[in-house]
Every structure is written in structure tokens, then in C-alpha cells.
Design a protein. Sequence first.
Length: 391
Amino acid sequence: MHAINIISGISMAGVLIGSAALVIILSVFNGFEVTILNLYGNFCPEIKIEPRLGKTFNPNTAYFNSLHQDTRVFSFTPVLQEKALIKYDNKSFIGTIKGVGRDFLKSPLIDSTIQNGSFTLRSGGQEYAVLGAEVENNLGVNVKDKFSTIQIYSPRRQAGNGTDPLDEFVVRPITPSGVFEVGQDFDDMVVTTIDFTRELLDQPENVTALEINYKKGTDLDEAQQAIQEKIGKDFTVKNRREQNTELYKTLNYERWFIFMILTFVLIIAIFNIIGSLTMLVIDKRKDIAILTSLGANKRLIQGIFFCEGMMISITGCITGIVLGLGFCILQQRFGLVKMGSKMSMIDAYPVSMRLSDFVLVFFTVSIIAVIASGISARLSIKGLTDIKHDL
């Protein structure tokens, strides 16, 4: 009997650890998702309007002007963006020049992306550029040097047949004010004012996109649908998820892959209950015989062992969920587990708890427990048959 208790305790501990691990891992993945999307949110607006055909369009229309004046709009940013050659100290890099309007700086988290310097685009009548980390690493720009400038080359829209190749490019110098780091999709950018970019690209009116963020409480799905209906099929209107479909897919794939691995661990732990209950049936042969002689039928005996298996599983599950919840709360408040790097944006593993994850873990364990306990209960009936045969 002592050995059976030990095996049952080990099974319960396995369910406990597996349930706690599932809660913690899912919460950590949620935390990474929230952190990454918040960082991307500085460069990915809630609504983005782009031309369906071509690269640019004229935003000076009655509807776009009225959209700018919408009281629900928090920021309305015209964007002019294009590939360009960036040079600094005999080094060159092909990156993306992103010219933005003043509302771009309204984002409250924009400074959290800065690794060095500041996110300054205009100061004292002078225009500045903020470099992506990939641009800074390739060119070795020292943003702390106030006298350092980068040269940006862009092909002329109406190039001639001159003998000097440099005549085919518009070249503009600009002083970098800082370095930001978000992710590989954005770190090859140079962000500057739209006025500087208009002069560089010779685009006095057109833009490549309009980026719109709304005030809290706005129904974004309704706003997106209303814009699409107004501007028609000549434009695409994308929400944040549609702008980053690959990122969302990657995050979801990783999340469910880890979930499936830990679920298999739980299955192994819970199915150990079959072994412990089988041993319990053997150990309780005489007790089962007495219950049978007192009038207990097969359904009652089966129910006893089914409840035993469910009790072991559910007790371990609930205890594991509570422990996982406690750890997540401590991690949120105190950052107990560090990431082991000197990243300024993320020091400890981020955690974000969702009720749906706790329900999912409990539901998963319950389903596996029902199957395992059902198998154990059927084995108890077989044991009952063997007892009657022996008697």
C-alpha cells in the first residue's frame, strides 16, 4: 500500500508540475507577444492606408482631410518612404528612408525604442534623422558626435544623360540624433521628417501611406470598415494584425508548439495513474470482494476507481494552476527570472496572464484525466471478474 501511495503521489506531482509549466509558459509567451507588439506599435499604426496600385498617392482630398479632423483620431501621420543609399565615413548601406509627419512623435512609447541618443527629428530649425540599429551597426555612426553627418543618395526622378554619375542622384546630408531598435523589419530604416524626404525624393505632394491611430475606446474594426467603404478599391486599409501577418503567425505557431509538447508531458504523467490504480485494484481485491458480497454492482466499483483517478488528476491540476499563477504574479512584480542580457527594453521575462489560458489548461488536463480514469475504471471491472473467478 505504501508503494501505491508513492506512485499516486508521483503521478499527482507530475500533473502539478505540468499544469504549472503550461500556465507559466503560456503567460510568458503572452508577455513576449504584448512586448513585441507594443514595440512594433510605434512603427505599425492601428490603421494604415496605402494605394493598391503604384507606390504613392495624393492625400489632399476632401475625405482624407475630413478623416484628419475626426475627433476620434489620436494621430494622423502622412508617410513618404523609399529605398536609398546611405553613406558615412566611406561606408555605405542600402536602407529605407521613412519621412513622417509631426504626429508620429505622439506615440507615448516611442522613446522606449531608443538605444542611444534621442528620438529627435527637428530642433532649433534643424532636421535630424534617427537610425535603425542595423544602419548604425553597418555604418558605425557615432550619434554622440554632434558634427557627424550621413549622406543620403536617391535617384533623380528625371535623370539626364550627364557624364558624371553623381548627377543622376539627389544627395542630402543630415545629422543623426539617435539609434532605435525594434526588430529586423524596421532596423534598416532611417526615420526623418517628411519635409526632408520630400526634398530628397522630389515628391512635393504625394505620400506612400497614411498612418492613423485612434483614441482609446474607438471600435477599430468599425473604423477600418468605414474607411474602406469610403475610399473604395483603389486603396488598401490594413489593421495592425494585417500589417504583420508573418509576425502573428510566428508567435501563434511557437505558442501552440510549446503547448503541444507540454501536453504530451502531461499525458505521460496522467497515464501513470493507470499503473497506480491497477496496483490499487490488485491490493484491494479482498475489499472489492466484500463490497460485491454486500450488493455493490460493477457500475459502483467502476465509479469508485474513476473518481479516484479524477481526484488525483484534478487535485494536481488545480494545485499546479495556483502555483503557476503565484509564480506569474511574482514575476510580474519583481522580475525574479532575468533574461541574462543587458537589454534596456526587456530586463526580465515578461508575463501577461489571460483567463482563457487557465481555462485551457484545466480543460486539457480534465479531458486527459477522464480518458485515463476511464481506462483505469475498466481495468477495475476486469479485476472484479478475476476476483469472482478466484472465489
